[in-house]
Design a protein around this ligand. Structure first.
Ligand code: XUL
Ligand code: CO
Length: 437
């Protein structure tokens, strides 16, 4: 096959002083940090939909991307050819993983049966290419939001036949994930929400969603798929309100319907922004529940009103992310998936390399910074110091479950009023972090 990126050879690590745009300055896959190599910590994944299917349109303008290998048709042949190009890219970049929606990789046919056959034909190529290059599938998912049949939702559609169709589609997508040895499977409910509460029976829709996910868990067990199931929170876009609105809402839903054991969360920075949270907040909420599974590494733009999905380059953000990831002991099945697209103005094929290299370096720097902050210890010391009163005396007794309101009342009456106990030292902590950025 003709090379799609003849001007690019395998991207290698050249170190921080390199000025080569097609080299890593910080991502040194074999370098060991806190007992794992950088490649093992970061588990980078290329998102098929943005890197190989996005034509780079925006709500006001048509696509601009130049992709000479793609004939623009919906043929299976074009899809198979595109898959081979995707693996040339992933191999040259040196990302160990990729991720896709069923409809990114293969075209929809005239019937569900034909659509499934199209998918099987492309999956055959994906499997060959995975074996040829050693690339693995971080997660797969089903696109239950693009086709008009899903306009009112999929598992939460008011139409039972749409629920049935979506179940069949997800069943097939889980089989494909299993066939390709995926480390996970993601549920992002793009249209599982509402545009108007006047026409929505919210309780009923949530119950349907829970039923749908229980059936997916049962099927996963039936076929022996070992990958992790993830829910990806997002508050809106395309719906006005999405039920999986943020990490806390997802955890509450999973707990309420007895699904918490079978799911972790796949958090995305841009979705945290849309929810009015920082990504650090979302990561801490999920990690505290033991449910931080995987991350969609991107950023939104606080000055634009839509989901811009930019590549992450902010070192402050990547340092925060990697601090939480290191604190939880690293990823298990999850990783850092670049759910990100190059700008409409960055339309050349080589921009795909520049974008991924820049983001991989930004996250590698985040990892190095986070590890250095942990080794320094001042941040942890100040944080622990803030809770010192819980280590001994009345604090330790409360934590051990030995106190009640009567004993605490007695304690409060016989001790001084605890005013002005400890400073938060926020500015000091922020400057300490900056020493490492
Ligand atoms: C959409 C989004 C999706 C999911 C997978 O905002 O993030 O691409 O990651 O369906
Ligand atoms: Co995403």
């Amino acid at each position: 096959m003709k090379s799609a990126f003849p001007e690019v050879t395998k991207i290698s690590y050249e170190g921080p002083s390199s000025k080569n745009a097609l080299a890593f300055k910080h991502y040194d896959p074999a370098k060991v940090i806190e007992n794992r190599t950088m490649a093992e910590h970061l588990r980078f994944s290329v998102a098929y939909w943005h890197t190989f299917r996005n034509v780079l349109g925006d709500p006001f303008g048509i696509g601009t991307a130049i992709r000479p290998w793609d004939d623009g048709s919906n043929s299976v042949e074009n899809a198979c050819n595109r898959a081979r190009v995707a693996f040339e890219f992933i191999e040259k970049l040196g990302a160990p993983f990729y991720a896709f929606h069923d409809r990114d990789v293969a075209p929809e046919g005239a019937s569900l049966a034909e659509t499934n056959r199209n998918l099987d034909a492309v999956v055959k190529v994906l499997k060959e290419e995975q074996e040829r290059t050693g690339t693995k599938l971080l997660w797969a998912t089903a696109n239950l939001f693009t086709h008009p049949r899903f306009l009112h939702g999929a598992a939460t559609s008011p139409n039972a036949d749409v629920f049935v169709y979506a179940a069949a589609q997800v069943k097939k997508a889980i089989e494909v994930a299993h066939e390709l040895g995926a480390a996970g499977y993601t549920f992002w409910g793009g249209r599982e929400g509402y545009s108007s509460l006047w026409n929505t029976d919210m309780k009923r829709e949530l119950e349907h969603l829970a039923k749908f996910l229980h059936m997916a868990v049962d099927y996963k067990k039936q076929i022996g798929f070992q990958g992790t199931f993830y829910i990806e929170p997002k508050p809106k876009e395309p719906t006005k309100h999405q039920y999986d609105s943020d990490a806390a809402a997802c955890l509450n839903f999973l707990r309420e319907y007895g699904l918490l054991e079978d799911f972790k969360l796949n958090l995305e920075t841009n979705h945290a922004t849309l929810a009015g949270h920082s990504m650090q907040h979302e990561c801490e909420v999920a990690a505290a529940a033991g449910a931080l599974g995987s991350l969609d590494a991107n950023v939104g733009d606080e000055l634009l009103g839509w989901d811009t999905d930019q590549f992450p380059t902010n070192i402050y953000l990547t340092t925060q992310l990697m601090l939480t990831v290191l604190k939880m002991g690293g990823f298990t099945s999850g990783g850092l998936n670049f759910d990100a697209k190059v700008r409409r103005e960055s339309f050349e094929p080589v921009d795909l390399f520049y974008a991924h290299i820049g983001a991989m370096d930004a996250l590698a720097r985040g990892l190095k910074n986070a590890s250095a902050i942990r080794a320094d210890g001042r941040l942890a010391e100040l944080l622990n110091g803030r809770y010192a009163s819980w280590k001994t005396g009345i604090g330790a007794a409360i934590e051990a479950g030995k106190e009640d309101f009567n004993s605490l009342d007695k304690h409060a009456l016989s001790n001084p009023d605890p005013i002005q106990h400890t400073s938060g030292h926020q500015e000091l902590l922020e400057s300490i972090v900056n020493e490492f950025i």
